[in-house]
Design a protein around this ligand. Structure first.
Ligand code: ZN
Length: 137
């Protein structure tokens, strides 16, 4: 989006428009693009509102072990892959598409405030898992 108005933007050497610092210009309001960038971020854990760019992003990938189990030549020769494939197809029929996708790969992404990021790093798996912690500080 281009800025409208006199000298609302200046060019840097790369040709990218850099908005003027509107706080130094008297009687001027922030351009709409700046206002859009100042969107606040709500922490996905505690709901705290963090200033822009002061939050952390937690990305969690859950996927099946991609390594292939070691098999000897004899095991490979003895294996009945047709039967194994038929068994696998039979098992798959019991699952929904979501179940199957969950078995392969799930990705989560959360935005955290700094205190929640600290707590997350101290205990990424939220141990112990059986009971929620009582009145944690
Ligand atoms: Zn938080």
């Amino acid at each position: 989006m281009r800025y409208v108005g006199r000298s609302a933007a200046r060019q840097n050497s790369g040709g990218t428009e850099i908005p003027q610092d509107y706080r130094t210009a008297a009687n001027s309001k922030p351009p709409r693009t700046i206002a859009a960038m100042v969107e606040r971020v709500v922490c996905d854990v505690c709901g705290a509102v963090t200033p822009p760019h002061a939050h952390y992003v937690v990305r969690i990938d859950v996927y099946a072990d991609p390594s292939v189990p070691a098999m000897s030549t004899e095991e490979l020769e003895e294996a009945d892959f047709d039967q194994k494939f038929a068994d696998l197809l039979e098992q798959i029929k019991q699952f929904t598409a979501d179940d199957l996708q969950d078995d392969v790969h799930r990705r989560f992404e959360f935005k955290l405030c700094r205190p929640c990021q600290r707590r997350f790093l101290a205990n990424p798996l939220g141990m112990p898992r059986r009971r929620p912690p009582e009145a944690e500080n």
